[in-house]
Design a binder for this molecule. Sequence first.
Ligand code: GAL
Length: 646
Amino acid sequence: MTTRSLGVCYYPEHWPEERWSGDAARMVASGIRWVRIGEFAWSRIEPRPGQFEWDWLDRAVRTLADADLAIVMGTPTATPPRWLVNRCPDMLAVDADGRLRTFGSRRHYDFSHKGYLAEAVRISSAMAERYGRHPAVGAWQLDNEYGCHDTTLSWSPAAAAGFRQWLRRRYGSIADLNGAWGNVFWSMEYGDFDEVELPHCTVTEPNPAHAMDFRRFAADQVVEFNRALAAAVRPHSSGRPLLHNYMGRIIDFDHFEVGRDLDVATWDSYPLGFLLDRAVASVEHQRHYARQGDPDFQAFHHDLYRTVGRGRLWVMEQQPGPVNWAPYNPDPAPGMVRLWALEAFAHGAEVVSFFRWRQAPFGQEQMHAGLERPDGVAAPALAEVRQVAAELEARPIAGTGASEAAIVFDYESAWAWTVQPQGQALDYFALIFEVYRACRRHGLSIDILPPDVGDVEGYRLVAVPGLTTWRPALIEALARFSGVAIIGPRTGSKTGAMRIPDRLPPDLPPTLLDARVVRVESLRADMAVPLAQGGAFTGWREKVEGDAMVMERTVDGWPAVLAQGRVRYLCGWPDEIAMARLIEDVVRAAGLAPRALPEGVRIRRTADGYAAVNYGLDAMPLGADLTALGLPDSLDGCDVAFSAAG
Ligand code: GAL
């Protein structure tokens, strides 16, 4: 059985050296086994070009190793130092309005700047040569949070040059590009690749095909950057897994693609910050869960990144107290730090590591809590960390179990929805998340799958909402699928070139689903269209023709749900009531028993039973359905339970 363990993020360069060994000893005494260091330390590792100062880092590594901690070494490539920016001023990224993103924080580099890439490879190789075989170095983190702070897209001269080359490779001839993009529209035809600019600052919207290709290009730059770092580190550090710490709801690059060059997917989980700055949540929901976080947001990302990591998942940074970067930064309710950690383990995390050991009294994050206060006294989360360590010791967690349901998640679809939303507030992630939440409320365990998945046998239910462009492998997998598939709305609505498909959406063979979307409309929030059996479509609906059976209509008579064999099609975006009902129907159709979980309670199959979490502040009776799974009769507020069987 994989041993599950705890970690912490530590910045020896922030503290006097005399404190390091005491810090390390207290980490170990708290049950912490892993320590991540180095990822922002470039200006101390190489204070002047080519002059490396390894001594301090050697001593830090030795101190941590002597305490028996395992080290995750970070490449410091998210924080290029000032001297490097002086040398290559054009490595800075440019925002969509054409303004330079200047030095003075972090992530200021442009992914497509080849000079910077060479520097990032140079520093990463130097670090890997020095520490790659150190017995205490157990893993590498490449860079830090690709795409965070809106940094995937850059509108720089380097990006423009790289984009033109990318287009040349993709299309071969400018005539083919003009044809694929449909540039005859508005006389946008080009005579040469050199004439193509980045799709910004146009008078009105740019051609969606142009915008989409730019996003694909930008996402490819992240893949190439990461691949180059992996190639720099791997040969010097054999046997040590390469990781990256992804973020919550950052979808500007394709994490599945980046993940192929890495060994483990890790992510940074800040439940309270996310609830206020990026979750799919009403104001009431934000208020209700202000100290606990959204009950599904963390789980969604565990399930997503478990797939990105091909089964290997860590949480690299776990929120330990108030953060500094959300619109408001409340204190977690007592018990939540423990709950978040145990929930991550139930979803398959091998390591949960906390950010950070001690709160820094200086710099941008001086208001961000750590496990210790700035004065070195234990902060409240440290007791919960110790408790989790003791629990892991007393009773190992078997890891995650097999999921009954799967949802296909596609980064390109997220870009396509952004490029051509067709209605304010229509957001691909939100649709996916609402389907995920509805499935979880019925007690399902879920895997998130990539769009090119070629086999879905093994699941009873597969949802494919909002997938803009089909990959043939998925259509073939659905054609063979013996469970129930729920597709739509907006699935199959574009070709890869951002055109309406010839046979019209959802662009499926009639043998699978005989349906054609002949009209779509987007709707103001106050224009919901009621469904005959309760709830409504909001924001988006489609008029569909074809021979598939109409299972339900809107009250004004448009088909709302279609069925053909094991496939269902959803002709609009259901509100919460309709979503709950429709998902319950498909859960039943898939031969599963929907469980109405109490508010705030969620369950997840583990390898040997079930885990239940209560995101509510108050104790909740779990009900007969859950006690039948071996779970207790009730769960305290902010508490976790594992089934007796498990
Ligand atoms: C993460 C980042 C850390 C730290 C943390 C604060 O996004 O990786 O370096 O900034 O947020 O919450």
